[in-house]
Design a protein. Structure first.
Length: 317
């Protein structure tokens, strides 16, 4: 308010009394000058701030009280701010990345999805599982288990997959340090693989591998006890074989991923098209060999229709 009064006095040539009357500010309040001295408190705060440079005014207020200073916290804040001792907050740098929209895959090796799952051994040591899934056939291409996965370790697993299956056209993954390092980016460029990073904090943009990770944790990790790293690799490898060869997948018409991949391969050789995962009319459609029983009312309606047709044609009804 005092600054507003000074503004009216300087810019509009108001008298002091008139400016105070316009702003409803008592003249005595405007003329008041504090007689208190905060030099001693400012020096003590500056000394404590040099010793504890990351402490805010609240912690400095506690230290003052421990030293026998009885001072109000509001006064500490006023002097602390006037002395320029405010601590700058270290804001976390966040990656700004535009997400790439996922296009439905129409053939095998068109897009692979990568992610990591964490678990632990009986000794308490943490382990990580690298999951690689073919988006079209839903095959689990790799479940590699280790205590850590630097970028060269990831590319070594992918090189083994490429030697067995061929190059993928695209790889979809998150923004982990293993998948954004210079080594991994250069590896993708050398092999002419398009790298699709999802937006940070949006795991649903890589939904196929996230769904697979949920099945892996629910059916394997949560019900298994890993004595050591080798036991974890053995049990997880056995579950991967069961997932690919025995477990029916609802999105594939209750076929296994290996059966669907073989069917899609035969159809592509014959020049035909097979609807991929999520492209069928309904994920809950019954199996082809499952008979659908007709309703009794439907049977009666069909019999009645036959009798009426016979009567109209001159036959016996």
């Amino acid at each position: 308010m005092k600054a507003a009064v000074e503004h009216l006095k300087q810019d509009y040539a108001f008298s002091e009394r008139r400016a105070c009357g316009v702003l409803a500010l008592p003249v005595s309040t405007f003329r008041y000058r504090s007689s208190r001295c905060d030099v001693e408190l400012r020096d003590k705060l500056a000394e404590l701030a040099r010793e504890k440079p990351r402490f805010g005014y609240r912690r400095l207020h506690i230290l003052l009280q421990r030293n026998g200073e009885q001072v109000n916290h509001k006064r500490v804040w006023r002097v602390y701010r006037a002395a320029g001792l405010c601590v700058k907050r270290r804001r976390r740098k966040r990656l700004a990345r535009v997400g790439t929209p996922a296009v439905s895959a129409t053939r095998a090796n068109e897009r692979w999805s990568l992610d990591f799952v964490s678990d632990g051994l009986a000794s308490g040591r943490a382990i990580r599982v690298l999951t690689v899934v073919d988006t079209y056939t839903r095959e689990c291409l790799a479940l590699d288990v280790d205590t850590s996965f630097p970028s060269p370790r990831v590319t070594r697993v992918l090189d083994a997959l490429i030697a067995a299956r061929g190059l993928p056209e695209r790889i979809r993954c998150d923004n982990g340090p293993e998948l954004t390092s210079r080594h991994f980016l250069a590896w993708c460029v050398d092999r002419r693989i398009t790298l699709e990073h999802i937006q940070p904090g949006r795991p649903m943009q890589n939904g196929h591998v996230e769904s697979f990770n949920g099945k892996l944790r629910d059916e394997c990790l949560n019900v298994s006890w890993f004595r050591n790293l080798f036991d974890a690799r053995r049990q997880i490898r056995r579950w991967r074989n069961d997932y690919n060869e025995c477990r029916p997948h609802s999105s594939l018409g209750y076929r296994t991923p290996v059966e669907f991949a073989l069917l899609a391969n035969n159809a592509s050789s014959a020049g035909q098209y097979v609807a991929g995962a999520g492209q069928e009319a309904s994920n809950a459609s019954p199996l082809p060999h499952t008979p659908i029983p007709a309703h009794n009312g439907m049977k009666k309606a069909q019999c009645r229709f036959r009798m009426i047709a016979c009567a109209d044609s001159g036959g016996r009804s």
